[in-house]
Design a protein around this ligand. Structure first.
Ligand SMILES: [Zn+2]
Length: 255
């Protein structure tokens, strides 16, 4: 069995030119709007150091109402980026190392059409630690703890090195879950419920169908040697929860 941490480093971007996502990035610099997916676009406006300056303040931008969701779907509109900004209401911002993702402008430059489910093969704290480590060369957008607490570590705008497959990294939003693939007791009720709400929100934001073609395990990514989330992840239960959470979100949004 192969999980995500530790020791998964070095290959999760899969097929990326050497050095992409690490060389030449600076923290807090400008360069925004220089056009094209060239080097200027990779200049980081947010990153580990810059975000910590904000004292960990949580600013919620997505999911508040229909108006705030609209900018996701308007091509060519520069997305606002602020230190500590979140895509998932209620998440805690914990910045991943900028070596473990690359800046993008999704869904304009890459359509987002997959949610990728992972299991850490370790604790929540282990996941945060390795995703903050530039040597790991991999990270997911989110990490869900056994009690349902969610950390967001990478903006959904950006490409996380999560799946070992470049195309799936570019199209996917990744969610890690605390625990081990061979310990079904690690997958708690609170974790399933919280993760399902998170996935429902992602599907809502990008118009992703709630089905097993679009909500997949890391093991289902072509070319991966990872087995997570493993045989004990209860997909039937999870998909029911995602559908229920999505129905709730639409009901709220329509008011
Ligand atoms: Zn994984």
């Amino acid at each position: 069995m192969s999980g995500d941490t530790p020791g998964a480093g070095g290959s999760d971007e899969g097929g990326t030119p050497a050095g992409e996502g690490s060389a030449g990035n600076g923290h807090g610099g400008g360069g925004q709007g220089s056009g094209g997916p060239g080097i200027g676009r990779r200049t980081l406006l947010i990153g580990g150091a810059a975000v910590l300056v904000g004292g960990g303040a949580i600013a919620v931008v997505a999911g508040q109402d229909q108006a705030t969701r609209l900018w996701y779907r308007v091509p060519g509109v520069e997305k606002p980026r602020k230190p500590g900004e979140l895509d998932h209401v209620g998440a805690e911002w914990v910045a991943a190392s900028s070596a473990n993702w690359r800046r993008a402008d999704r869904p304009d430059d890459y359509a987002v059409d997959r949610v990728i489910i992972h299991v850490v093969q370790g604790s929540y704290q282990t996941a945060l630690k390795v995703f903050k480590d530039p040597a790991h060369q991999a990270a997911t957008h989110y990490v869900v703890r056994k009690d349902g607490h969610v950390a967001q570590m990478i903006r959904e705008l950006d490409v996380a090195y999560q799946a070992g497959n470049r195309s799936y990294n570019e199209r996917g939003v990744g969610i890690e879950h605390e625990g081990f693939v061979d310990r079904p007791e690690d997958f708690t009720d609170a974790m399933y419920a919280s993760s399902a709400r998170l996935t429902a929100g992602i599907c809502e934001r990008y118009g992703i169908p709630v089905d097993r073609e679009h909500i997949i395990g890391h093991v289902e990514v072509p070319g991966t040697d990872h087995t997570d989330p493993g045989p004990h992840w209860d997909w039937d239960r999870y998909m029911k929860l995602v559908r229920a959470a999505g129905t709730g979100a639409r009901a709220e949004g329509s008011s």
